[in-house]
Write a protein that binds this ligand. Structure first.
Ligand code: TGC
Ligand code: FAD
Length: 405
């Protein structure tokens, strides 16, 4: 039961979100009418349903569970997966635009959607049996079931290949033991896609349902980042997993890393949304805030910040748009995705910091979204591969030398 009165908040803050999208290079001309229609309808939904409540959710560190149904209705869960399984049947650019609009409001809400679409639905679609696809995907697409993705462990973050979580074949079932940490959506997920080693030491994917004996999901508290998103652990203490819950069509680290390609792609667009929101707020504030008898927008130092922000946003938009095309053509490489995730998240974080300064003292308050974006992006630059790991992936691609180990 939430302590937040969402209806009252919606009434009080309706219309306060004045976001106007920057489009300095007329990138909308590169999109189809359908792209623009979907993006605008998601934006309207966000302004109506999410913007009025998000600050309170972050302040109180509470995920707004009631929005799950709406997220399903706007097609935020697995829009890029085929319609025959109840999913959106749309292209990767549409997926990117939806992530952009959600993260324009809050990275934590985009997290919920991108985990569901790219890290839960995608592995079931890509590596699951027909029975698994029909059983889970339509319900996941509607938000009737929610999922999480368990790869990271307490002692294995950047190096998931060292994972200790394991399962044994007991004849009529598998016996799963181990623990996962830092798992988005874990505290409320109905199912978890869990990556664990079999007796031969090979990484496999298992669908673990809430309610299996020995499976618990303690919530992680005390986060200063992604406060409107629920994060937790997955603990497996001799959990009996039915054999039909093994994802049959993949073995090895390639399985989870393939899913990460899709999720990292979504983040590269999401970060543009957070950056746009910071820029838009900073630009408006700079025109309204008067110091020394002038709007601060009239000072060269503030213009430098704003001009550099819109330049970086525009470059990131072009990267996202081109990567979307490569994704749809099935030609995007992991290193190209790493470049976009790494560049765009770092770009958004720098912009959030600059925007915070333009807002002066007001920038540290919840009156403006800046500090929340800034704190959120500190997680985004770490999860789905840290800033350093993506540099090493790029380094390996261009030099042929592996500098990980
Ligand atoms: P390595 O030996 O390089 O590769 C093992 C196997 O995987 C294949 N592979 C990939 N396949 C598809 N896509 C990719 N991006 C792939 N990268 C590698 C590779 O070809 C090989 O296949 P095979 O068939 O030959 O066995 O693996 P490594 O152990 O040396 O590690 C490489 C490294 C460091 C790049 C990788 O482990 C890595 O990316 N580490 C970062 C971990 C990470 O990103 N974790 C994310 C956890 S999930 C999360 O953060 C969700 S946040 C959600 C939210 O709230 O939004
Ligand atoms: P470490 O791997 O310990 O890295 C620490 C530092 O060392 C980093 O700066 C890193 O760049 C650096 N480093 C590591 N290896 C090297 C190297 N070879 N060379 C140079 N530098 C190196 N995981 C999931 O599985 N599912 C989720 O849903 C999920 N959600 C998350 C939600 C949040 C809010 C957060 C914060 C994390 C989430 N994660 C999730 C975990 C995330 O993917 C990991 O935190 C991330 O992969 C990094 O692992 P780590 O934190 O253990 O850092």
């Amino acid at each position: 039961m939430s302590s937040i009165d969402f209806e009252a908040l919606k009434e009080r803050h309706q219309g306060k979100d004045r976001f106007t999208q920057p489009d300095f290079y007329q990138i909308d001309e590169l999109l189809t009418e359908e792209h623009i229609l979907i993006r605008n309808s998601v934006r309207d939904w966000v302004k109506r349903e999410l913007s009025p409540i998000i600050e309170e959710c972050a302040q109180k560190a509470e995920f707004p569970h009631h929005i799950i149904k709406g997220l399903g209705e706007i097609g935020a869960f697995g829009p890029q997966l085929p319609a025959e399984y109840g999913c959106g049947g749309m292209d990767y650019t549409t997926y990117g635009l939806i992530m952009q609009e959600l993260e324009r409001c809050d990275s934590g809400i985009r997290s919920t959607a991108s985990v569901q679409g790219s890290l839960v639905m995608y592995p079931i679609y890509k590596f699951g049996s027909e029975e698994q696809k029909h059983k889970y995907l339509p319900k996941l697409a509607k938000g009737e079931l929610m999922g999480c993705f368990g790869l990271t462990e307490p002692d294995h973050g950047s190096n998931p290949g060292g994972m200790l979580t394991n399962f044994k074949d007991m004849g009529d079932h598998y016996l799963l033991n181990g623990a996962k940490m830092w798992i988005s959506n874990a505290p409320f997920a109905d199912i978890a896609v869990v990556w664990a080693k079999n007796e031969a030491g090979k990484v496999r994917g298992l669908i673990v349902e809430r309610g299996y004996e020995g499976f618990t999901t303690p919530e992680t508290h005390g986060k200063w980042s992604l406060r409107a998103s629920a994060t937790g652990e997955l603990v497996f203490d001799n959990v009996k997993v039915p054999k039909e819950n093994l994802l049959p069509n993949v073995e090895g680290l390639r399985g989870p890393l393939t899913c990460l390609n899709s999720a990292r792609y979504g983040i590269s667009w999401g970060a543009i949304g957070a950056a746009m929101d910071c820029y838009d707020s900073a630009l408006r504030y700079s025109k309204e805030r008067i110091q020394f008898g002038k709007p601060i927008a009239a000072f060269q130092l503030q213009q430098k910040k704003l001009a550099e922000m819109i330049t970086e946003i525009t470059k990131a938009q072009l990267l996202g748009w081109r990567l979307g095309q490569l994704m749809d053509a099935g030609k995007a490489t992991p290193a190209q995705i790493s470049m976009a995730k790494r560049n765009n998240v770092d770009m958004a974080l720098q912009i959030a910091r600059e925007a915070r300064q333009i807002h002066g003292a007001m920038g540290i308050t919840g009156e403006y979204p800046i500090m929340r974006h800034s704190m959120n992006l500190e997680s985004v630059i770490t999860y789905e591969g840290t800033h350093d790991i993506h540099l090493l992936i790029l380094g390996m691609e261009i030099t042929g030398e592996n500098a990980f180990g």
